[in-house]
Design a protein around this ligand. Structure first.
Ligand SMILES: O=P(O)(O)OC[C@H]1O[C@H](OP(=O)(O)OP(=O)(O)O)[C@H](O)[C@@H]1O
Ligand SMILES: O=c1cc[nH]c(=O)[nH]1
Ligand SMILES: [Mg+2]
Length: 222
């Protein structure tokens, strides 16, 4: 885990296996089945990395032979995952394999075209957020940050958690700057921070449109 130049922002360039998954996700030849599988896999390993930053507790455990000391990851019991449609569906599937006690919220967010990048958010189902909770907002791509700013504004209306964490695949520096200036306490865990955004708001080198690559491009009816 590598600390980035913003406080509370971490990437995993030092993890060869996560970088191999990212390489497959980036590859334009990767079809939707392998792309979704890659997101599930990445979600699972990111969650595993996240548990290393969680509070643990020593517990006694009795083996068939004798009593010894064991451990539980206490914070794993108090997790809420907020899934940002569409692209976070497979990422959440991976996260929840490790964070299996999680309560799950679903939020729809669709980004409009440049230069405004207006966010349409018309489906919001979020469970109660308690002071002991770690809330994980799952969204593979942090590009302009517009989506996450709106989602985080909304999530905060449901309670004040112990930790508010964004888990993603790629982030652009511009998006992180914007999120951190509006929500400085938010922690960000991404596989990698990429170079920049293009004029259409896509991350470079990036992986393209994560939602379309996972599920196919939607048809716009007239
Ligand atoms: O940081 P931003 O500039 O807001 O962009 C990031 C958002 O763009 C993508 O969603 P999109 O709106 O394409 O929806 P989709 O997942 O349904 O394709 C992605 O999954 C993020 O939610
Ligand atoms: O590069 C990008 C930017 C926004 N949304 C995506 O899916 N990809
Ligand atoms: Mg999309």
């Amino acid at each position: 885990m590598k600390a980035e130049r913003w406080e509370g922002v971490y990437s995993f360039e030092d993890s060869p296996f996560l970088m191999e998954i990212l390489t497959e996700l980036r590859d334009e030849r990767t079809g939707p089945i392998a792309f979704r599988k890659g997101l599930v896999k990445l979600g699972r390993y990111m969650a595993y990395e996240l548990t290393k930053t969680m509070e643990t507790e020593k517990v006694p455990v009795k083996t068939p032979l004798e009593e010894t000391e064991g451990v539980i990851v206490r914070d794993r019991r108090n997790v809420v995952i907020i899934t940002v449609l569409r692209a976070a569906i497979p990422l959440m599937e991976g996260l929840i394999k490790v964070l299996d006690h999680a309560r799950v919220g679903i939020v729809s967010a669709s980004r409009g075209k440049a230069p405004k990048f207006e966010i349409e958010m018309n489906y919001v189902k979020i469970p109660e957020i308690r002071p002991e909770d770690t809330v994980i907002v799952a969204d593979p791509m942090i590009a302009t940050g517009s989506t996450l700013i709106k989602v985080l504004d909304e999530v905060k209306r449901y309670g004040k958690p112990k930790r508010l964490v964004v888990v993603g695949v790629l982030a652009a520096p511009e998006g992180i700057e914007r999120i951190k200036s509006r929500h400085p306490e938010v922690e960000v865990f991404v596989a990698k921070v990429d170079r920049e955004l293009n004029d259409k708001g896509y991350i470079l080198p990036g992986l393209g449109d994560a939602g379309d690559r996972a599920f196919g491009a939607p048809v716009k009816l007239q």
